[in-house]
Structure formats: C-alpha cells, structure tokens
Design a protein around this ligand. Sequence first.
Ligand code: HEC
Ligand code: HEC
Ligand code: HEC
Ligand code: HEC
Ligand code: HEC
Ligand code: HEC
Ligand code: HEC
Ligand code: HEC
Ligand code: HEC
Ligand code: HEC
Ligand code: HEC
Ligand code: HEC
Ligand code: HEC
Length: 339
Amino acid sequence: MYRLSSIVYVLLVGAGLSAQTPHGASLTIACEDCHNTGGWEFIGEGARFAHDNVGFELKLSHLEADCKSCHSTLVFDEAESSCISCHDDMHSMSVGDDCIRCHDERNWLVDNIPELHEINGFPLLGQHRLISCSECHLSESNLRWDWIGSDCTTCHIEDYHATSAPNHIQLGFSLECVECHSPASQSWGVTESFHLFFPLEGKHDINDCAACHLGESYSNASPECVSCHEDDFFATTSPNHLALNFGTDCTMCHIGDSWGQANFNLHDDLYFPIFSGKHEGEWDTCTDCHLGGNFTSFSCIDCHEHNDQQDLTNEHDGEDDFVYESEACFFCHPTGEED
Ligand code: HEC
Ligand code: HEC
Ligand code: HEC
Ligand code: HEC
Ligand code: HEC
Ligand code: HEC
Ligand code: HEC
Ligand code: HEC
Ligand code: HEC
Ligand code: HEC
Ligand code: HEC
Ligand code: HEC
Ligand code: HEC
C-alpha cells in the first residue's frame, strides 16, 4: 500500500496533475482511498473510504445510489444532508420539513397512519377508521394534510345543528360531544356514561328512555324519587308510609336497588334503638321483632326466649307491674336498656 500511494503521489505531482482534482480544495481524504492506478473511476468494493464516517450514513436505498446522484459536482462537501435538499416536498409544507417523522430511506410508502393519528390525539376508531382519508382531509391534493383540528365540532357542527331526536339546541346540550357520544362508535347512539346526572344503574338500567322521559323532551324529568314513585309511596302497606307520616324524601331511608333495602337509622330515634344501644348487632331481620313483617306490632319475648318466663319473672322479682308481655317489656324498657 505504501508503494501504491507513492506511485499515485508521484503520478500526480510528477505529472503536475494535482490541479485536476474535481473535488475541491477541502477534501482531505487521500486520492488512493478511492482511486487506483486504473483510472479516475471510483474503485467501489475495494475502496478504503467509508461513507459512514463523514456524518451522513448511507442507508437502505441510498446504499444503491451512485455517488454522483448526490454529489453531482463531485465537490463532496457541497451536498446537504437534510432530506428536503434532495427530495421534493410532495406535501407543499403542510406537514413540515421533518420528513423522517413519517419516512425513511426505504421507499416513500407510509405504514404508520394509525400511529400518526394517535400522536395527533385523534386515533382513528369506529366509523372514522372505515371512511376514506379524503372525507376528513379535504385539501385539493391528496398529498396535502392541512391542519384540521380534532375537536368534534370542527367536522360535526352541522350534524349538531341538524339534530331533531333529540333536538340538541333546544335542550341546550353541550358542544363537548364526548360527554354523550364516543368517537369509537359507528353511530350517534349514546355512551353508557352519558347519563351521569342520573345514573341508569340497577333497577334504573332501563333502555326505554320513555319510561322516564314522557313526550318529546328529555329535560322534563326530575331526579327526585317521588316525582316518579309517588304512586308507590301512596300504595305502601308494609309499612304504611302515609299513616306513619314518612317524608317523601325517599333517599332518607331507601339506598339500595329494592324498596326492601331500607337504611332506617331513624328507627332509633323514632321508635326503639336497634342500630345502637344494647340491641345493636343482636338482630338479623326486621321480622325478629316485627313478626311476619307487620310493622305496627312487635315482639320482645319471642327473642328473649333464653330467659324463659320463669327466669324473667325471677329477674323482675319486686317489680309489681311485671307481666310477661312484649308491650309491657317495651313500656318499662323503651330504649332496650336495663333501666
Ligand atoms: C472519497 C473518494 C474520493 C477521493 C478521496 C478522491 N476521489 Fe476522485 N473521484 C471520486 C468519485 C466518486 C469520482 C467520480 C467517479 C465516476 O465518475 O464514477 C471521482 C472522479 C475523479 C476524477 C474524474 C473527474 C471526472 O470529471 O470524471 C478525477 C480526475 C479525480 N476524481 C481525481 C481525484 C484526485 C486527484 C483525488 C485526490 C486529490 C481524488 N480524486 C480523490 C471519489 C474520490
Ligand atoms: C444519498 C446521497 C449520497 C450518496 C449516494 C453519497 N453521498 Fe457522499 N455525502 C452525502 C451527504 C449528504 C454528505 C454530507 C455533506 C456534509 O454534511 O458536508 C456526504 C459527504 C461525503 C463526503 C465528505 C465531504 C466532506 O468533506 O465533508 C465524501 C468524501 C463523500 N460524501 C463521498 C461519497 C462517495 C465517494 C460516494 C459514493 C460511494 C458518496 N459520497 C455517496 C450524500 C451522499
Ligand atoms: C444528498 C441528497 C440526498 C439526501 C440528503 C437524501 N436523499 Fe434520499 N435519495 C437520494 C438519491 C440520489 C436517491 C436515489 C435516486 C432516487 O430514487 O431519487 C434517493 C433515494 C431515496 C429513497 C428511495 C426512493 C424510491 O423511489 O425508491 C427514499 C425513500 C429516500 N431517498 C428518502 C430519503 C430520506 C428520508 C432522506 C432524509 C433522511 C433522504 N432521502 C435524504 C438523495 C438524497
Ligand atoms: C406527517 C407525515 C409525513 C411527513 C412529515 C412527510 N410525509 Fe411524505 N408522505 C406521507 C404520506 C402519508 C404519504 C403517502 C404514502 C402512501 O401512500 O403510502 C407520503 C408520500 C410521499 C411521497 C410519495 C408521493 C407519491 O406521489 O406517491 C414523497 C416523495 C414524499 N412523501 C416526500 C416527503 C418529503 C420530502 C417530506 C419532507 C419534506 C415528507 N414527505 C414528509 C406522510 C408524510
Ligand atoms: C375521521 C377523519 C380522518 C380520517 C378518515 C383520516 N384522517 Fe388523517 N388526520 C385527521 C386529523 C383530525 C388529524 C390531526 C391533525 C389535524 O388536525 O390536522 C389527522 C392527521 C393526519 C396526518 C398527520 C399530520 C401531521 O402533521 O402529523 C396524516 C399524514 C394523515 N392524517 C393522513 C391520513 C391518511 C393517509 C388517511 C387515510 C388513510 C387519513 N389521514 C384519514 C383526520 C382524519
Ligand atoms: C376531521 C373531521 C372529524 C372530526 C374531528 C371528527 N369526526 Fe366524526 N366523522 C367524520 C366523518 C367525515 C364521518 C363520516 C361521515 C358522517 O357520518 O358524518 C364521521 C362519523 C362519525 C360518527 C358516525 C356517525 C354515523 O352515524 O355515521 C360518529 C359517532 C362520530 N363521527 C363521532 C365523532 C366524535 C365524537 C368526534 C370528536 C371526538 C368526532 N367524530 C370528530 C369526521 C370527523
Ligand atoms: C347531553 C348529552 C349529549 C351531548 C353533549 C351531545 N349529544 Fe348528540 N345525542 C344525545 C342523545 C341522547 C341522542 C339520541 C341517541 C339515541 O337516539 O340513541 C343524540 C343523538 C345525536 C345525533 C343523531 C340524532 C339526530 O337527530 O340526528 C347526532 C347527529 C348527534 N347526537 C350529534 C351530536 C354532536 C355533533 C354533539 C356535539 C357537538 C352532540 N351530539 C352532543 C345526547 C347528546
Ligand atoms: C330511570 C329513569 C330514566 C331513564 C330510563 C332515562 N332517563 Fe334521562 N333523565 C332522567 C332524569 C331523572 C333526568 C334529569 C336529571 C337531572 O336533571 O338531574 C334525565 C335527564 C336526561 C337528559 C338531560 C336533559 C337535560 O335537559 O339536561 C337527557 C339528554 C336524557 N336524560 C336522555 C335519556 C335517554 C336518551 C335515555 C334512554 C337511553 C334516558 N335518558 C333514560 C331519568 C331517566
Ligand atoms: C324519572 C323517573 C324516576 C326517578 C326520578 C326515580 N325512579 Fe326509580 N324507577 C323508575 C322506573 C321507570 C322504574 C322501573 C319501573 C318500576 O318498577 O316502577 C324504577 C324502579 C325503581 C326501583 C325498583 C322497583 C321495583 O319494583 O323493583 C326502585 C327501588 C327505585 N326505582 C328507587 C328509586 C329511588 C330511591 C329514586 C330516587 C333516588 C328513584 N327510584 C328515582 C323511574 C324513576
Ligand atoms: C322514614 C323512612 C322512609 C322513607 C322516608 C320512605 N320509606 Fe319506603 N320504606 C321504609 C321502610 C322501613 C320500608 C320497609 C323496608 C323493609 O321491608 O325492610 C319501606 C318500604 C317501602 C316500599 C315497599 C313496601 C310496600 O308496602 O310496598 C315501597 C314501595 C316504598 N317504601 C316506597 C317509598 C317511596 C316511594 C318513598 C319516597 C316517596 C319512601 N318509601 C320513603 C322507610 C321509608
Ligand atoms: C329489636 C326489635 C326491633 C327490630 C329488630 C326492629 N324494630 Fe321496628 N320497632 C320496634 C319497636 C319496639 C317499635 C316501636 C313501636 C311503637 O312505638 O309502638 C318499632 C317501630 C317500628 C315502626 C313504626 C311502626 C308503627 O306502627 O308506628 C316501623 C315502620 C318499624 N319499626 C320498622 C322497622 C324496620 C324496617 C326494621 C328493620 C330495619 C325494624 N323496624 C326492626 C322494634 C324493632
Ligand atoms: C333479636 C332478639 C331480641 C329481641 C327481639 C329483643 N331483644 Fe332485648 N336483648 C337481646 C339480647 C341478645 C340482649 C343482650 C344484650 C347485651 O347483653 O348486651 C338483650 C338485652 C335486653 C335488655 C337488657 C339490657 C341491659 O342493659 O342489660 C333489655 C332491657 C331488653 N333486651 C329489652 C328488650 C325489649 C323491650 C324488647 C322488645 C321491644 C327486646 N329486648 C327485644 C335480644 C333481643
Ligand atoms: C314493670 C316494669 C318492667 C317490666 C314490665 C319488665 N321489666 Fe325488665 N326490668 C325492669 C327493671 C326495673 C329491671 C332492673 C332489675 C334489677 O336490676 O333488679 C329490669 C331488668 C331486665 C333485664 C336485665 C336483667 C339482668 O339481670 O341483666 C332484662 C333482660 C329485662 N328486664 C327484660 C325484660 C323483658 C324481656 C320484659 C318483658 C317480658 C321485661 N323486662 C319487663 C322493669 C321491667
């Protein structure tokens, strides 16, 4: 190699040919790294020159490209490395000049369209996945992607104005469509969470909107239980709410999914402590005292069976008015305590 380079050097200097280099003055790589005595062709395979070291790695299709297709002047450092300096921006600057956001050197096909939409905060789901690009990208050329904006109203405001069932404008529905509609859906049916202002769960998980929304309008329903369940209230017998003077704020006592599940802490103040005091945790169902579910009567002795009549009578030795009757127990023990 030493010999070869000497020969080339001799050739060049000796023949006074150094002025003939087409590569400009700044090239510091030795001629023989790329040429041999065979001529001024680039020696290709056997070349010692490695392009990776010059700050622009040749990848994929670029590896196949001829040196001169990028270095037409042969003054190598005149080449610029940004993609756009050699390739036409087919998108008329609608997506910027950072081509490698979407392309690499393999070919110009783009296979990450779904990801691109995700990155832009607009994943293509539901109906949006099925329609053609041009239904949303309305630019004159199908290689332009001018900024649209991903708010539903950008593309659907006319649909909103045209609604009739229900008429969104009349009802003052929000322009935040996602409160009630999902972009992952193929229709304008509402999402499950849309009815958060009155959750349609449990016994209210009713598909028939008209069960609660009578007539055309959706805004005439009240969330007050009694507005829909007044008849049920009047019809109660066990216990008879009207006779007991129960209020119509049902949520005071009804919490669960059925009328049988009552949260009846008021019992302690109104009648007899069962959620506090000595009887807290000592009973299983209301019928332990209200035999047969009859709330207007109660029994103490059916439960105090462990102390039988004789025992109790002995316990109450000296209590002249003692009788073995529930009404009497309650009379002397109105809070279920000893005194
Ligand atoms: C990094 C590699 C490289 C180095 C170093 C290099 N050349 Fe070249 N040279 C080339 C390539 C590539 C061509 C174009 C070959 C072709 O036409 O296919 C070329 C072509 C030439 C040509 C022919 C020009 C033409 O118009 O066809 C001459 C003369 C030449 N080089 C001289 C030199 C001299 C003198 C040096 C050393 C001072 C040198 N080269 C260093 C790569 C190199
Ligand atoms: C796909 C385009 C492309 C091809 C093909 C290509 N180059 Fe380059 N080359 C570049 C770019 C871009 C640079 C970086 C220029 C810069 O940043 O100064 C460069 C830099 C160079 C440099 C360093 C210039 C300097 O002084 O900094 C040399 C030498 C060079 N190329 C030689 C070659 C040779 C020889 C071939 C053929 C084997 C070749 N190139 C093929 C694009 C290419
Ligand atoms: C210095 C010029 C130059 C630069 C810089 C350059 N390329 Fe190239 N590129 C070429 C040349 C020359 C070819 C081969 C000829 C052709 O197909 O256009 C090519 C080919 C390609 C191809 C293959 C085209 C096809 O039809 O198969 C792709 C893709 C490509 N380049 C992408 C890029 C990307 C992405 C960048 C930026 C990272 C880039 N190029 C930077 C010059 C360049
Ligand atoms: C936001 C993504 C994105 C960016 C950034 C982008 N492109 Fe594209 N480009 C595409 C898509 C998508 C296509 C269509 C590809 C397909 O049909 O598979 C395309 C196609 C192309 C084509 C082929 C056109 C044809 O007629 O088939 C070229 C060339 C191209 N782009 C060049 C560029 C250049 C140069 C840049 C940088 C200036 C660039 N692109 C930036 C997404 C992008
Ligand atoms: C339902 C509407 C819709 C459909 C269909 C759609 N897009 Fe988009 N696209 C958007 C929205 C919205 C954006 C986010 C950027 C914006 O607001 O402009 C976007 C972003 C893009 C971007 C990225 C722009 C950037 O700078 O990052 C490209 C590229 C793109 N779309 C190409 C396509 C192609 C190709 C198709 C067909 C396969 C397609 N789109 C289908 C609405 C859509
Ligand atoms: C870039 C425009 C664009 C944006 C932004 C957009 N859509 Fe769409 N959407 C369309 C197009 C175009 C269709 C298909 C034509 C049509 O049905 O209107 C569609 C269809 C739909 C459909 C199916 C309707 C049906 O019955 O066919 C629903 C639901 C939908 N979009 C919801 C949304 C929601 C929710 C948002 C906001 C998160 C949204 N869209 C944002 C363009 C858009
Ligand atoms: C408060 C909840 C709510 C909001 C917010 C809402 N909608 Fe609706 N939308 C509904 C309900 C409820 C229906 C009827 C669904 C059904 O019939 O299953 C409906 C139906 C629709 C329909 C089909 C009915 C018709 O008459 O055409 C379209 C179109 C529609 N909405 C568009 C929109 C758009 C666009 C937005 C946002 C700009 C939006 N909606 C916001 C609740 C809402
Ligand atoms: C179990 C009873 C019930 C059912 C079933 C029901 N809703 Fe409602 N809905 C209500 C109540 C109660 C309100 C009022 C909530 C409030 O004002 O706090 C309401 C409010 C609404 C509103 C908001 C009206 C406004 O002016 O803000 C819309 C829209 C609505 N319902 C749509 C529907 C649709 C569509 C269905 C069928 C899928 C449905 N509802 C089923 C009880 C129900
Ligand atoms: C807008 C009307 C509406 C409102 C407000 C309403 N409901 Fe209902 N509710 C219904 C409808 C309709 C049904 C199903 C038909 C039926 O059983 O009466 C139902 C069923 C029930 C059931 C089941 C009844 C059974 O027989 O199994 C219970 C329990 C119930 N609601 C409790 C309540 C409570 C507690 C409230 C207040 C927090 C309430 N509801 C508010 C309309 C309403
Ligand atoms: C002060 C407490 C209280 C209030 C307020 C109350 N309830 Fe009740 N309700 C009860 C209790 C206790 C039961 C019996 C639960 C059991 O069987 O375990 C009951 C049972 C019921 C039953 C089933 C029993 C029967 O005879 O049909 C219905 C229906 C009912 N309530 C409806 C209502 C309605 C509607 C409201 C509001 C308008 C309401 N309640 C308000 C305490 C209350
Ligand atoms: C440990 C015994 C005991 C248990 C358990 C009990 N109660 Fe009572 N309850 C009483 C007593 C004692 C009275 C008071 C009767 C009076 O004031 O005349 C009463 C009164 C009532 C009354 C008023 C009846 C009237 O005619 O005034 C209702 C309604 C009632 N209870 C419902 C319930 C419900 C619902 C449960 C289950 C959650 C329950 N009770 C569990 C002992 C009990
Ligand atoms: C479900 C069964 C049950 C029923 C029904 C019941 N009790 Fe009791 N009672 C108990 C148990 C168990 C104790 C013992 C609790 C303790 O020692 O803490 C008790 C304790 C008492 C005590 C003694 C408290 C003390 O301070 O030692 C009195 C008094 C009492 N009950 C009265 C009543 C009266 C009055 C009734 C009817 C209104 C009644 N009980 C109904 C189970 C019941
Ligand atoms: C005339 C009033 C009176 C009547 C009726 C009465 N008690 Fe008592 N009871 C008392 C008094 C006073 C004591 C406290 C006695 C003592 O400590 O010597 C007591 C004590 C008790 C004790 C606590 C005994 C102990 O040693 O822990 C229980 C349990 C009890 N009564 C249950 C009942 C039951 C059940 C009835 C109904 C069958 C009843 N009582 C009827 C007045 C009465």
